[in-house]
Ligand binder design. Structure first.
Ligand SMILES: Cc1cc2nc3c(=O)[nH]c(=O)nc-3n(C[C@H](O)[C@H](O)[C@H](O)COP(=O)(O)OP(=O)(O)OC[C@H]3O[C@@H](n4cnc5c(N)ncnc54)[C@H](O)[C@@H]3O)c2cc1C
Length: 381
C-alpha cells in the first residue's frame, strides 16, 4: 500500500457512509470517507420520511423490526448529531396520515390496517370526517384513513449536511475522490484504490456506495453485492407567503405522498422505476405526481414548483439491506437500503461501528448478512 493508512476507510459519502464514518470516529478510530460528490446519490434525492409503519409490507418482519428500532434511535441520534455539527436536521415529529380517495382505496386501507394491528403497530383507523379534522386541506371527498402517530420526517439534505459537518469537526477525513476498487491481497482487504493511481490503506474498509456498490473492482464475482438502481422521481414545491400550510403531517395516498417541511417547503413523491442508471426527469412522472397530490390536497396547485428530482435507490433482491462482513476479511458492506435508507441510517451506523470495534456483528444486523444471496445461490443453506 503506497498511500496513507486509516483504521477505517468508507467508500461512499451518502447518509449511510458518512454516518458509519462518524460513529466509528466517535469510538476513537481514524477514519476517511471517500466520495467524489457526497450527497449526490439517493440521499440528496429522498423525501426524508421516517415511516416504518406506513411502509410495512407482508413477509418483511425482520426489516420491520430493524426499521422500528432505527426510528426509536432517531431522537437521540439527531440530538447528538445536531450538537456535534452545530446544524439543524429538520427532524419533525409530525406523524403520518394515510388517506383513501375512494371506496376502493378505503378497502385497501382496511386490509393494511388489519395487518398493522396484527403486528401490534400503533395505528388508528379514521373516518373521512376525522381525516379532514386533522388535515383541513384534504379533498372533501376523502373516504377514510389511518393515522400513524410514530411515522415522522427529517430533511434529508439537512441531515446530510449535518453529517458532513459532524464528520469534519470530529476529524473524519472526507475526501472528494472516487474509489475505483478495493485492494485484496492474500485473501484480505487491505484498503482502497483511488482514481489517479492512489491507494489508501485500511484495517477495515466499508463499502457504502449505494446503488454503485456493485461496480468496484477487486471483489470476486460471487461476493459483489447484488444491488441495483431503482429510479425515483419527486418534486419540490414551496408555499408562497400568505398561503396557509398545505398540511401539518405527512399525507400519503396509495400512489403518492406529500411531505410538508416546517418552513413551507413540500416534497411530493415518488415513482418507482426499473430503468437502470437513468436519471431523466419525465413529463409523465411530473404529471402523475402532481395529479396524485392534487387528488389528496387540492391546494397543491397554489404552490410554486421549485425543483424536479430523479434519484437512484439502492435496491436489493429481497428489498432488505446488506449489512456486515462481505465474505472477505477486512471488508464490510453497508448498502441495499432501498426505500428506507434515511430511516435506517442510525441503526446501520451504530451496528456497523459496533461490528468493527467488537469484531462481532450485533444480533439486530444478523438477518441482513450480505452473503445471504451468494450462500443460497451455491447451495450452502
Ligand atoms: C425518490 C426517492 C425517495 C426516497 N425517499 C425516502 C424516504 O422518504 N425515506 C427513506 O428512509 N429513504 C428514502 N429513500 C431511500 C434513501 O434515499 C436511500 O436508501 C439512502 O439515501 C441510501 O443512502 P446511501 O448512503 O446508501 O446511498 P447514496 O445516498 O446513494 O450514497 C452513495 C454515495 O456513494 C458515492 N459513490 C458512488 N460510487 C463511488 C465510488 N466509486 N467511490 C466513492 N464514492 C462513490 C456516491 O457519489 C454517493 O454519494 C428515497 C430514495 C429516492 C431515490
Amino acid at each position: 500500500m503506497t498511500g496513507r493508512s486509516f483504521d477505517v476507510v468508507v467508500i461512499g459519502g451518502g447518509a449511510v457512509g458518512l454516518a458509519v464514518g462518524w460513529r466509528c470516529r466517535t469510538r476513537g478510530l481514524a477514519v476517511a470517507v471517500v466520495d467524489p460528490a457526497p450527497g449526490a446519490g439517493a440521499t440528496g434525492a429522498a423525501a426524508g420520511m421516517l415511516a416504518p409503519v406506513t411502509e410495512v409490507h407482508y413477509g418483511e418482519d425482520h426489516l420491520l423490526e430493524l426499521c422500528l428500532e432505527s426510528a426509536r434511535m432517531y431522537p437521540g441520534f439527531v440530538e447528538e448529531l445536531e450538537t456535534a455539527s452545530g446544524r439543524s436536521t429538520g427532524y419533525r415529529r409530525s406523524g403520518t396520515l394515510l388517506v383513501a380517495r375512494d371506496a376502493d382505496d378505503n378497502a385497501a386501507l382496511g386490509e393494511l390496517y388489519a395487518f398493522q394491528q396484527e403486528l401490534g403497530l400503533d395505528v388508528r383507523r379514521l373516518r373521512g370526517r376525522e381525516c379532514l379534522e386533522l388535515e383541513p386541506g384534504l379533498a372533501p371527498s376523502v373516504r377514510g384513513g389511518i393515522f400513524v402517530a410514530g411515522d415522522h420526517q427529517i430533511d434529508n439534505r439537512a441531515l446530510h449536511a449535518a453529517l458532513v459537518a459532524a464528520c469534519e469537526r470530529s476529524g473524519v477525513e472526507v475526501m472528494r475522490r472516487r474509489a475505483v476498487g478495493v485492494v485484496v491481497e492474500g485473501g484480505a482487504c487491505r484498503g482502497v484504490a483511488l482514481d489517479r493511481d492512489d491507494t489508501l490503506g485500511a484495517e477495515v474498509t466499508v463499502l457504502a456506495a449505494g446503488c454503485w456498490s456493485g461496480s468496484l473492482h477487486g471483489l470476486p464475482q460471487e461476493l459483489v453485492p447484488p444491488v441495483r438502481p431503482v429510479k425515483g422521481q419527486l418534486l419540490h414545491l414551496r408555499t408562497p407567503p400568505g398561503i396557509p400550510p398545505l398540511a401539518e403531517r405527512n399525507v400519503r395516498g396509495l400512489e403518492v405522498y406529500v411531505v410538508p417541511r416546517a418552513d413551507g417547503r413540500v416534497v411530493v413523491g415518488a415513482t418507482v422505476e426499473e430503468k437502470g442508471f437513468d436519471t431523466t426527469v419525465t413529463a409523465g412522472a411530473v404529471l402523475d405526481l402532481l395529479r396524485g397530490a392534487f387528488e389528496l390536497l387540492p391546494g397543491v396547485t397554489e404552490l410554486e414548483l421549485t425543483e424536479t428530482v430523479a434519484g437512484l435507490r439502492p435496491g436489493s433482491p429481497d428489498n432488505a439491506p446488506l449489512l456486515g462482513p462481505s465474505g472477505i476479511e477486512g471488508l464490510l458492506i453497508a448498502t441495499g437500503h432501498y426505500r428506507n435508507g434515511i430511516l435506517l441510517t442510525p441503526i446501520t451506523a451504530e451496528g456497523i461501528a459496533e461490528a468493527i470495534v467488537a469484531r462481532k456483528v450485533p444480533a439486530v444486523l444478523e438477518p441482513f448478512d450480505p452473503v445471504r444471496f451468494t450462500a443460497r445461490a451455491v447451495g450452502h443453506d
